[in-house]
Write a protein that binds this ligand. Structure first.
Ligand code: ATP
Ligand code: MG
Ligand code: FE
Length: 356
């Protein structure tokens, strides 16, 4: 099976061809990601109007590039998969409309994909992870712990009650005047900082429910930055390192509890898997802490390669491929509308009447 994936939900225009051969081994034949970072950098964040326009201009060429890199034409793919939500509505419309047009012209199935399911299942593409597994999804818009029982079977155990973790990284970066996008720059600055200089709060730590909260942490960072202004390079590095330590410890506390819960639920699995996915999964300090925690509890940590943590179309093509092979296709995909909001635990709900 071969699938063309299209991703346009935020600020990267992406297309990819993924394949699973007769040997059952998945392969990424091409993975083209065109980032719009430069278009948005001056504004310190993603501007939806600019993003939508940039997708319109770039998508054609990005799809051509993905086909060229794979050495294939549209006739060689079995299905077209496109991100249908959640995300910025303008970009979603561009990607979905293009996918509909290609699918209609070529008479191929069209598979609308939940962007979060893309992040969630990347580990099956790269590491052959089997169901069920525990998932820590940490991205720009989401921070969740999910029990993944099977394709389309997601149970949410915890979520953020305010900011997403990636958002907390981005806001911290902005506060410290680090360049956009914030996450990687906070990590870089933290490498030269003292993680013990500031004792930032560990929100929700010790609480039994598996939810997250990051807005108090953000306020504490702002207070420290204001008190110290003007900030030296060392101050910035120390704040970043201390922020990263607070975040890492908070995650560890929530994850430890969910490992125990997963264990109790699946006593039959001797070496269960924790998957960490989403843009923030690229963070090395977070990976290292999760790895340590998993080792201690007899879990295996699977984290996708950095390139597949952030937004890409290989993950979208992969969900399309899994759904195609499982026969999980929409009866009439041409009638669905993109969904700006679309919780992962409803990713198998029918697409019709979206927005009504
Ligand atoms: P969502 O997937 O929730 O819809 P999104 O697609 O915008 O949101 P992703 O592309 O998955 O989010 O991830 C982007 C986020 O990851 C940004 O907030 C970015 O700052 C963060 N991020 C990227 N690299 C790192 C890093 N090394 N450390 C921390 N955060 C990072
Ligand atoms: Mg992005
Ligand atoms: Fe994402």
């Amino acid at each position: 099976t071969r699938v063309l994936g299209i991703e346009t939900s935020c600020d990267e225009t992406a297309a990819s061809i993924v394949e699973r051969g007769a040997d059952g081994v998945p392969r990424i034949l091409s993975n083209v990601v065109l980032s719009q970072i430069e278009e948005h950098a001056a504004f310190g964040g993603v501007v939806p109007e600019i993003a939508a326009r940039a997708h319109v201009e770039a998508l054609d060429g990005v799809i051509d590039a993905a086909l060229l890199e794979a050495g294939l034409t549209l006739d060689d793919v079995d299905a077209i998969a496109a991100t249908a939500g959640p995300g910025l509505i303008g970009g979603l419309i561009v990607g979905v409309t293009m996918a509909k047009a290609i699918a209609a012209a070529k008479g191929k199935p069209l598979i609308p994909v939940n962007h979060l399911e893309g992040h969630a299942l990347t580990a099956r593409l790269t590491d052959n992870v089997e169901f069920p597994f525990l998932l820590l999804l940490v991205s720009g818009g989401h921070t969740q712990i999910l029990h993944v029982a099977g394709l389309g079977q997601y149970e949410r155990w915890g979520t953020t009650i305010d900011d997403a973790l990636g958002e907390a990284f981005d806001k911290t970066a902005k506060l410290l005047s680090l360049p956009y996008p914030g996450g990687p720059n906070v990590e870089k600055a933290a490498a030269n900082g003292d993680p013990k200089r500031f004792d930032f709060p560990r929100p929700m730590k010790g609480e039994a429910r598996l939810d997250f909260s990051f807005s108090g942490l953000k306020t504490a960072v702002r207070r420290a930055a204001t008190e110290l202004a003007p900030l030296s390079q060392q101050d910035i590095a120390d704040i970043c390192a201390s922020f990263q330590r607070a975040v890492t410890e908070t995650l560890a506390d929530r994850v430890r509890r969910s490992l125990e819960r997963f264990r109790a639920m699946h006593p039959e699995i001797s070496a269960p898997t924790l998957v960490v996915a989403g843009g923030v999964a690229a963070n090395q300090a977070i990976r290292a802490e999760l790895d340590r925690l998993c080792g201690k509890h007899g879990f295996t940590l699977v984290a996708p390669p950095i390139k597949l943590c952030g937004d890409n179309a290989a993950m979208i093509g992969w969900v399309g491929l899994e759904r195609f092979d499982a026969g999980m296709l929409e009866d009439d995909p041409f009638t669905f509308a993109p969904r700006p909001r679309w919780p992962l635990d409803q990713s198998s709900a029918p697409m019709f009447g979206a927005g009504k």
